[in-house]
Ligand binder design. Structure first.
Ligand code: GDP
Ligand code: ZN
Length: 301
């Protein structure tokens, strides 16, 4: 029996990476009956045990337990959720300081989703070379805010080799996803730190074209210096998670202590009297942008 990582799927074939080679593998039908809550029994990112057949293909025997996973609504009119990618070490939200303009709300929504999925978040603010003094000050301020909250935050530019070095160090030997709106520089950043990346993207595209039912499944693309990038076509944001209004503040680290002082245990910290979170905000202990993001998210639940 060999162990490997599923790096791509066509729905009926899976590419399993053992570290020295990549084996096209099949999943026996019995696995399809076992899992009920998600539509795909085996996901990109999963670790599996498999047997090698005489023709060099693999037969998957065991799926290891997932550390975490991110989902989206199933497509093709199927009910339920589809796992996009599993066993992520980190998810990186990418924003640019301008072109397009940075949106704090996007970062905060992303952080909440990561907390809910139990995925480590990282914040990357790119295109720092375009920032004037106001933009630089804003980026530094945000970096300080998020670092204090316990989140990793990098300021980058594809023109700045030192910042690229820090991105390389961040991604080395890890499985990471880049999430963010189009145009912020996700592709440029990855290509800048690993020039062979594009080639690999094209190689694995050849495999997808074999699948009859290939939709926009995620893929893991190996980095030349170790690690994988989850390529999740069309996914700019994680799927929405089901969060009850009173739970939302549990995903804002700076609200955990203040919420202990609320009069009502189901306080939503929006309009209730004797609210510890509102008090903390008044005292300047919670950043205005964070409280605003909180209220916006509460509205959308
Ligand atoms: P994606 O949609 O997030 O993958 O964004 P792209 O990687 O396609 O980048 C969008 C545009 O921004 C391209 O024209 C890039 O050349 C440009 N870009 C990306 N990163 C930077 C950066 O750090 N500085 C500057 N000035 N331009 C960048
Ligand atoms: Zn409250």
């Amino acid at each position: 029996m060999k162990k490997g990582r599923v790096i791509q799927s066509t729905g009926s074939w899976y590419l399993v990476d053992t570290g020295d080679k990549i084996v096209e593998s099949r999943l026996p039908g019995r696995f399809r009956l076992e899992e009920k809550e998600v539509t795909n029994p085996l996901a990109v990112g999963d670790w599996v045990d498999f047997n090698l057949n005489d023709d060099g293909s693999g037969n998957i025997e065991k799926i290891h337990k997932r550390e975490n996973y991110i989902t989206r609504q199933a497509t093709h009119g199927k009910r339920g959720e589809q796992i996009l990618v599993s066993n992520l070490d980190q998810a990186c939200v990418v924003q640019s300081i301008k072109q397009p303009r940075l949106k704090e709300g996007f970062i905060d929504r992303f952080l909440v989703t990561c907390e809910a999925y139990e995925v480590n978040p990282v914040i990357i603010i790119n295109k720092m070379d375009l920032a004037k003094s106001g933009g630089k000050a804003l980026a530094e301020e945000l970096k300080e805010l998020y670092t204090e909250l316990g989140y990793k935050c990098l300021l980058t530019s594809i023109e700045d080799e030192l910042s690229l070095k820090s991105v390389r160090a961040l991604l080395k030997d890890k499985t990471s996803a880049f999430i963010g709106p189009s145009g912020v520089g996700k592709t440029s950043l990855i290509n800048a730190i690993d020039p062979s990346y594009n080639l690999k993207v094209n190689e694995v595209s050849d495999f997808s074209s074999k699948g009859k039912h290939t939709t926009t499944f995620a893929r893991l693309i190996p980095l030349s210096f170790g690690g994988y990038i989850a390529d999740t076509p069309g996914i700019r944001e994680f799927g929405l998670v089901n969060i009850e209004p009173w739970e939302l503040s549990l995903f804002f680290p700076e609200m955990l202590e203040p919420r202990e002082n609320c009069q009502f245990s189901n306080c939503t910290h929006a309009h209730e009297p004797k609210c510890g979170v509102a008090d903390a905000f008044e005292k300047g202990e919670i950043a205005a942008s964070r409280y605003q993001s909180y209220l916006n998210m509460l509205d959308s639940l």
